[in-house]
Design a protein around this ligand. Structure first.
Ligand code: LLP
Length: 432
């Protein structure tokens, strides 16, 4: 359920007519609904009640400060994967004790930054990372709180580019090396093991892969405890899918997911950590765009938008489908004819939809691409010299520009005419 609905023939974000946003901020622009963000967080978190839990929003899905602050006010923690995301989460008011740090390539500088901040948990993905973190933590003077991310070797059934649970991916410690990695962790004075972590992929539309992975991990928790490890946290990652369009699969509800998690996690008596991203933000945002031209060519109708793959990469990268709807509600019997909806970027991949039945659209008309609140703005670039897309947050009858549009002038200002440095004359300090 979301708060993007037609009222009197115009699409609204909560109480705000979407065309008003286009007039004030211009297009393309991401529009988020606070009420939808809040609702999704509450529904997901409540589905895990009454387990002792920490629901950490996966910042990579939507890193906007105001989005994070909206969730922080509801008690959300954060799952971060870089020093930048950690900085953003803290700036948005998420307490360090509610932050977990995931990712296979944390640098020593990022580890030190997170130690300094006092985060709740590092999710460590390899013995190499464990050894590096041990050194950083010892230099820092207190042990790093750690969960080891285990790769349970399961098929998650999602798109191959976002599946992480199979042993041939770069993610997690291989299942059969888990006990040895925990034994190593115990020997390292800079490491304080507290938990087990797993994340098998994103946009999962069936419960079974989760259940298989979580059952394996539950077994591991028993084994680890029997071997004398004090396992207090269980991090089950994110990954629960959302409905993207009418024809797409209907994923399990948070309640169904919660019931399954409850059954498996409750006997373990751990603090349950989850890292939902898409489920919270995906359907809380749309990408608002204007039709630039309608081009008829080779028997096809191309609707050319002012939004491109640099603004919303998912269709080009994953073949993802985002429902496209006009901002002015089409009359009930409007003819629908197939169209290709494309952007202005010079790549054939810059296509949002192929052969989708759409009502008549003309240059100047507004459309939205739905379900774009997760992995939309956070993956945007300025490719083709385009603006960095702005973001607007709506709250009831109010709107706020929560990220300003930035054009080429802004980016060019970081590119002075090459400030050449003669390295022979400018030797680093301390060298000959
Ligand atoms: N935790 C970890 C360790 C992750 O790697 C991810 C997502 C999440 C949590 C959040 O997963 P979610 O609940 O959002 O499914 N750009 C892709 C998705 C990449 C997901 C990467 N990891 C897309 O647009 O579909």
């Amino acid at each position: 359920m979301d708060h993007f609905v037609y009222r009197e023939g115009r699409l609204h974000a909560e109480e705000v007519p979407i065309d008003t946003i286009a007039e004030r901020v211009a297009t393309p622009v991401y529009v988020y609904s606070s009420a939808t963000l809040e609702r999704h967080f509450r529904v997901f978190d409540a589905a895990l009640a009454p387990l002792d839990r920490l629901t950490c929003f996966a910042v990579k899905a939507n890193a906007n400060r105001s989005v994070l602050a909206t969730l922080a006010r509801l008690g959300a923690g954060a799952d971060v994967v870089s020093g930048g995301e950690l900085g953003r989460a803290l700036a948005a008011g998420i307490a360090p004790e509610r932050i977990v740090f995931s990712g296979v390539g944390k640098t020593r500088a990022e580890m030190a930054q997170a130690m300094e901040a006092g985060i709740f948990q590092f999710n460590v993905e390899s013995t190499a990372e464990l050894v590096a973190l041990d050194a950083v933590a010892r230099a820092f003077g207190s042990p790093a709180p750690v969960a080891l991310r285990i790769n349970p070797d399961v098929e998650s059934g999602t798109h191959e580019k976002i599946a992480t649970g199979r042993r041939d991916t770069k993610f997690g410690i291989p299942w059969d090396e888990a006990m040895a990695a925990f034994a190593l962790a115990r020997r390292l004075p800079g490491i304080a093991v507290q938990g087990v972590d797993v994340h098998i992929g994103s946009q999962l539309t069936r419960l079974e892969p989760f259940a298989t992975a979580f059952t394996r991990v539950a077994g591991l928790v028993h084994e680890l405890r029997a071997a004398g490890h004090a396992i207090r946290t269980l991090d089950l990652g994110g990954g629960l899918g959302i409905p993207y369009d009418r024809e797409g699969e209907e994923p399990p509800s948070p309640a169904e997911y919660g019931a399954m998690v409850h059954r498996l996690a409750e006997p373990l008596d751990c603090l349950l950590i989850t890292e939902p991203g898409r489920l919270i933000a995906g359907n809380a945002g749309v990408l608002l765009s204007r039709v630039v031209h309608v081009k008829e060519a080779a028997g096809r109708r191309f609707i050319i938008l002012d939004a491109g793959m640099n603004d919303l990469l998912r269709p080009a990268l994953y073949g993802a489908r985002h429902e496209i709807v006009p901002v002015v509600e089409p009359v009930a019997d409007a003819p629908r004819t197939p169209a290709d909806v494309v952007g202005p970027v010079c790549e054939t991949a810059d296509r949002f939809a192929r052969d989708v039945p759409l009502p008549p659209l003309e240059a100047g008309d507004l459309v939205v691409l739905r379900s774009a609140g997760a992995y939309g703005a956070s993956m945007a670039s300025t490719y083709n010299g385009r603006d960095l897309v702005p973001e607007v947050l709506v709250r009831g009858r109010e709107m706020a520009v929560v990220r300003e549009r930035r054009d080429w002038r802004h980016f060019l200002s970081f590119e002075p005419p090459a400030p050449w440095l003669d390295l022979d004359k400018n030797a680093p300090e301390g060298s000959q």
